[in-house]
Design a protein around this ligand. Structure first.
Ligand SMILES: Nc1nc2c(ncn2[C@@H]2O[C@H](COP(=O)(O)O[C@H]3[C@@H](O)[C@H](n4cnc5c(=O)[nH]c(N)nc54)O[C@@H]3COP(=O)(O)O)[C@@H](O)[C@H]2O)c(=O)[nH]1
Length: 847
């Protein structure tokens, strides 16, 4: 699986972030630039407007100053000219003339009017006391005298400001020459004004707090100076000569203009409008302080800068936020991408797992299907598969009107093989049977295992009985071939029942049922053969079913009773006990033999309640037995395999012993080999328990099973009962006689009592006695009889009869019943005594 870490974004994943960040930075820079450019442009524009306005203002003020100055000077000149006219028209100066004129000139900051003669002597003055040496007047005199000497024209002279050391005041003298008609110089008339006061002519003009209005002569000497505020520094500049490089003195420049100048006093910048007077050699100058003009601009600049800074900060914050957001978003998207990748990985893992699980599920389904439809041992189709397939095939066969047949196979004595050689060997046998069976039939035939040792074949196209017989033979031959199991060579037979479609059944269930019946018929016919189904078999099965129902009813209604068959000790002829045998008193059919209903009861499980009743009844009889008159009695009770294998037989017996207060030694349990084969360990435990309770155990029908001698050795029993099938043919020199001898010898070796069953003749009894058999049971002694009859039978016997039985054996009479025959000569010996001594003691003898 590809691993992704969260340590850092993939380079490719970072590229969009870088682009975005670059974009944000560029955009921010652009917006900031735009803001600041706009601010600067705005300021520049404002400055430009302000400057334009200031220029205009300065120019306008300069024009106003020039006009007023011209007007004032013109008035002063008028006064000078009028005085000169007066003087020239009359050599004597009219008294108070000057004073009158001076009175009309208050607004021009008049200081004095003075008249000097051709020699420079003061003729008249408005000043009091008069000052003949007043420097301004003298200066004017000298200039005019000199000017007249050079044939200079008649002109108004505006002198330089002069400081009167005696008064410490500045004065500006405007003067005219007193010239005769023929041009002779007669003196001068001067009007002195205070240049500072004179400058008041501009006091209402808007020059701000720091503005300056100056009137300068073409000689660059400052004539007048006006400041809005009392500015002594600037006022002291009166009389000073300005540098020559100033624009106002540059005759190449326009007569009036606005320029930017820096103050020669303090270096401050001024918007300066100059205007050269048209008549007089004067220049009016208006200086507006840039600092003052732009003062509001500074505020605006501060405001604009503050606003731009604020906007910039906001933009930067916004950009930073955007960057942060982008980074966060990028990180989120990286994390998301990573998570997505993990998710995809997980998805892949999940898909793989789902695929795995799906496969496992499919396998499980297949396995389940196999379990449901296949026999795991042989891998053949099982019952379900067979039934489903057969049902489908039968539907087709019905439509095609074709014929089919089902062969029902059961391995002969499989249970014995399984139990004796073990289950693995049994399994091997089944697998071999399955393979051989498949080999014996055609590939189109279906072979299935129904369970246990039951197999079925569905064969089509087999029509006649010959064909069927041929197929069955093929199967029997194939299955009958020798097989090595656990190192032992075995041959197995098979019983085959056949049911044909449609004659024996039209559906799977009835065909299987009928084939099964036919198979049972084959078994009944001696095994390893084949039987075709016939309707008789169905009737027999029906009968069996009826019998089963009746048996159930009989158990409910207690339609049973016990009969008792006596057992005698061969040596003494004494009664050793009786075997309780059950009888069914059918209400209609009368007495039914156990041979007919016990197998059915075993098959249906009814044997358990029935067996329990038998045991209880035997105990009840023992409890009610009148031992004083009839002598002691031992009752043997047959128990079926199912009772033994339930595991509670000993407990039940113990309970009954307690319930009826009987001597457990009077009770004997007869078990068959079949009962102990199925679950040997459990059976062994049951038998042990019974014996530990004092209840005797006999192995019934001995010799009919396969492992008789093995069981003799293994089982904890008291008595062996030789099956009557051996006893009845047992004679000296016969095979059965040898078997009986062998069993008796084996039992003696193992210190077991031996009972020979089915003894019908005296010869048999004699032969058995000769072999050392302990007890006999059979018609020779007595048939099974009801309890009352048994009592009579016992009471009717003579105490000496045992000896007569012994004699009889010594002199056997062919074909006669033992009863009533005398003279058996064999004497009792310890060897032939039953191992359980109390049995037969004081017993009645046979009559
Ligand atoms: N589980 C149980 N099985 C029982 C019980 N009662 C009987 N049985 C078994 O039924 C089989 C048939 O029994 P039955 O018809 O009673 O036959 C018994 C005898 O009548 C018969 N017998 C006795 N002597 C002779 C004889 O000389 N000749 C002859 N042809 N038959 C004879 O043998 C049967 C007793 O056999 P066994 O039990 O093996 O000693 C039979 O197998 C019974 O066991 C029952 O309550 N429970």
């Amino acid at each position: 699986m590809e691993m992704h870490t969260m340590s850092g974004p993939h380079p490719r994943a970072a590229a969009p972030l870088r682009s975005l960040l670059s974009l944000v930075v560029a955009f921010t820079a652009f917006v900031l630039g735009a803001v600041w450019l706009t601010a600067v442009a705005q300021l520049s524009h404002d400055r430009h407007l302000t400057e334009m306005a200031a220029r205009q203002q300065a120019a306008d003020i300069a024009r106003a100053v020039d006009a007023r100055l011209t007007e004032r000077i013109a008035r002063i000149d008028q006064a000078l000219l009028s005085i000169r006219r007066e003087l020239l028209s009359s050599p004597d100066l009219a008294p108070n003339l000057l004073a009158k004129i001076a009175n009309g000139m208050n607004d021009v900051a008049l200081m004095q009017i003075a008249v000097l003669d051709g020699k420079g002597r003061l003729v008249d003055t408005t000043l009091f006391p008069p000052n003949a040496e007043e420097p301004g007047s003298q200066d004017a005199y000298r200039w005019h005298q000199s000017w007249a000497a050079t044939d200079g024209d008649d002109r108004l002279r505006i002198g330089k400001p002069i400081l009167d050391p005696s008064t410490g005041e500045w004065s500006l003298h405007l003067s005219r020459s007193l010239l005769t008609q023929d041009g002779r110089f007669q003196g001068v008339v001067t009007i002195a004004v205070n240049p500072l006061a004179f400058s008041r002519l501009a006091k209402d003009l808007p020059i701000g707090n720091e503005g300056v209005i100056t009137v300068v002569g073409r000689d660059r000497i400052i004539r007048m100076i006006h400041t809005a505020a009392n500015d002594p520094v600037r006022r002291e500049q009166i009389g000073r000569e300005l540098p020559a490089d100033r624009a106002q003195f540059d005759n190449t420049r326009p007569e009036a203009d606005v320029v930017r100048m820096t103050s020669s006093i303090d270096g401050r910048p001024f918007i300066t409008a100059y205007r050269r007077a048209a008549i007089q050699p004067l220049v009016s100058m208006v200086l507006l302080s840039e600092e003052e003009l732009y003062a509001h601009l500074t505020e605006r600049t501060s405001f604009l800068f503050a606003a731009a800074t604020l906007v910039s900060v906001i933009i930067l914050l916004f950009a930073a936020g955007l960057v942060g957001l982008s980074v966060r978003q990028h990180r989120t998207s990286v994390a998301l991408a990573s998570a997505n990748s993990l998710l995809r990985d997980n998805e892949r893992v999940l898909e793989a797992r789902v695929a795995e699980r799906t496969m496992a599920l499919e396998n499980a389904v297949r396995r389940t299907h196999d379990l449901a439809y296949r026999d795991p041992l042989t891998n053949l189709p099982n019952r379900t598969a067979f039934v489903e397939a057969t049902t489908r095939i039968l539907d087709r066969a019905a439509a095609d009107a074709s014929s089919l047949m089902i062969l029902f196979l059961d391995i002969d004595l499989f249970k014995v093989i399984n139990d004796t050689l073990g289950h693995p060997a049994g399994d091997q046998l089944l697998v071999a049977v399955a393979q051989r069976l498949k080999g014996a039939v055609r590939p189109t035939d279906m072979v299935a295992r129904l369970g246990g040792d039951e197999f079925v074949v569905l064969a089509d196209g087999v029509t006649g009985g010959k064909d069927t017989a041929h197929l069955a033979d093929r199967i029997r031959i194939a299955l009958g071939a020798p097989l090595v199991l656990n190192g032992r060579v075995l041959t197995t037979g098979v019983s085959i029942g056949v049911a044909r479609f449609p004659v024996d059944g039209r559906d799977t269930s009835s065909l299987l049922k009928h084939a099964d019946m036919a198979m049972y018929a084959a078994k009944a016919a001696g095994r390893n053969t084949m039987r075709m189904f016939t309707s008789d078999m169905a009737q027999a099965a029906d009968r069996r079913l009826d019998l089963e129902l009746a048996l159930r009813r009989a158990i409910e209604r207690s339609e049973f009773s016990l009969v008792y068959q006596p057992k005698l000790a061969l040596a003494t002829g004494q009664l050793c006990g009786v075997e309780a045998l059950v009888r069914w008193n059918h209400p209609e059919r009368g007495l039914i033999s156990p041979g007919e209903f016990i197998p059915l009861a075993e098959e249906t499980g009814l044997i358990e309640p029935l067996g329990q009743w038998v045991l209880a009844e035997a105990c009840r009889v023992l409890a009610s037995w009148d031992a004083d008159h009839l002598g002691p009695l031992t009752i043997a009770v047959n128990v079926a395999a199912a009772q033994v294998n339930r595991g509670d037989l000993a407990t039940v017996a113990e309970g009954l012993v307690r319930q009826y207060h009987i001597d457990p030694g009077c009770l004997e349990i007869e078990v068959t080999e079949t009962a102990v084969i199925a679950d040997h360990d459990r059976a062994q435990a049951t038998l042990n328990r019974l014996r530990s309770l004092g209840i005797a155990v006999a192995l019934d029908d001995f010799g009919t099973g396969y492992s008789s001698l093995i069981y003799l050795r293994r089982l904890d029993i008291d008595t062996v009962k030789i099956d009557r099938s051996f006893v009845q043919q047992a004679r000296d020199g016969t095979r059965d006689g040898d078997i009986v001898r062998m069993i008796i010898e084996a039992a003696r070796t193992l210190k077991l009592s031996v009972v020979a069953e089915g003894v019908e003749t005296a010869e048999q009894a004699a032969f058995l006695q000769e072999l050392g058999c302990d007890m006999i049971q059979g018609y020779l002694v007595g048939r099974p009889m009801p309890l009352e009859q048994l009592k009579t039978w016992i009471l009717g016997r003579q105490p000496s009869e045992p000896c007569r039985l012994a004699k009889l054996v010594l002199v056997p009479v062919q074909g006669r019943q033992l009863s009533g025959v005398e003279g058996i000569g064999r004497t009792t010996s310890g060897q032939s005594e039953p191992s359980r001594e109390k049995c037969c003691q004081n017993s009645p003898v046979i009559s």
